[in-house]
Design a protein around this ligand. Sequence first.
Ligand code: SF4
Ligand code: SF4
Length: 497
Amino acid sequence: MSVLSWIEFEATEKRKGTVKLKGGYNVLLQGRPESTVRLMPEPSVLYLPLRSKRFAFSELSVKEGEYVNAGDILARDPDNFGVPLLAPRGGKVRLEKVPGHIVIEDAAKVQEHADMAEEELLHLEQEMGAGGIKRYKLVTLGAWEFFYDAYTGAVPDPLGTPQAIIVSIASLEPFVARGDAQLRNRLLNFTRGLEQLQSLLEYQPIYLVMPDVESEFVNLLRNHIRGYAWVKIVEIPLRYPHDHVAILARRLGLKRSNGPIWAVRTEGVLATDRALTLTKPCLIRIVSIGGIGVNSPAHLNVMPGYPIKMIKERYVFEPAARLINGGILTGEPLGAEALGLDTECRGLTVLPELEDREFLGFIRPGWDRSCYAGCFLSSLRVKFHERFTTGMRGEGRPCISCSFCEDVCPAGIMPHLIHKYLYRDLIEEVDMARVDLCVECGLCSFVCPSKIDLRQQFIDAKALIEQEKQELRKEQERQEKEREEQAATKSVEEKDA
Ligand code: SF4
Ligand code: SF4
């Protein structure tokens, strides 16, 4: 090692930060996708859902029967800074063929282009300089949809200034796309993307979150970012959900009141590079397909709108399988009406749909399942990866106050207590028990021996509390306005008198 690289190595070691993290659990399940990325056949039809977790593309930019090129804007989300839905391939647009989707027929892979208006670029350059153009490109070329507000998970304001950016290559929830698969042969694009992110900032730091493991890939990445003094490395243990950006932001001491914190995963950094270095639209996704209902779990090179049927035919062997959009703990079941991958899809989880009881299961109770409580026969086995299905094994029961949910909760709250308050409709107590700190990781539901769906209860409770607070604010504003009006009338009457 040369003297210069040794100095850089020392600097990298010094920049490594550790954060104190609570709870978490190493979820070991069968069906983990390999890190190799497989190409899927080109589809002749694409089904682009108009809704995804955060987006609703309600403002259409195309007409029925129109021909579009790859990269053209099909629709925008007016409530999320006009983030566009891009055409991943050229073809004929059909708006009424499938409800809730834009269909592209005769889809063809032709040279994609950037759908950007020259006059708007000129105007932005005059108004906001180079920084404004960069942000415009990020939105128009489809990279902004990979950006999150670390605390709320919402789409951040592209014209805002963050107090920090958290970049995470760690992806610990089974079975969403992993950073190592997405970065395969693209480390150069990643480091260029980091430089582009840094060019959006003045002095604010970028935290790069990676697993604290010694693997060839992680060491390679560490070598690539040695010279980047503005990147602070944060190493985390391989325990889900220690990669959660809201938890990390809290533990890094980044207070919400000091301004927004942007969060981006690997795919967001690569999209930033594509948009800002190459001025090209982000049309391809690397998504995973995992779970025990899959032939050979892998990562797939696809695009939004890719027909789910084509993926099922190649990878799903179970005749009755539940498809989940996303990871096993936080994903949402895909209904029969979903025909194509949505623009935010990071992976598909496939589980066999089991309703029957296991034959003679009582003879060796829990031998085939890893149990947080260590109360099944499985505790006699060395650590193993469980075959996880949709079967509940008759486990819906009341809370037994075992506190496992509290042990694993990364937010440091007491899920069992909040559950009991909710059971008794004590909403004020639920609020005081800080349900707002819940990051919806689903680990409490996963370890709960009574199989209580705590996560969903807390999502509903947070929405209810927010709604009540909003109503209260509105009522206070109404009363304030009424008081002001009464005071104004009184003063006019006094003047007249
Ligand atoms: S879902 Fe919420 S309450 Fe449950 S473990 Fe995760 S953060 Fe804690
Ligand atoms: S893990 Fe389930 S049963 Fe145990 S305390 Fe929490 S809610 Fe109750």
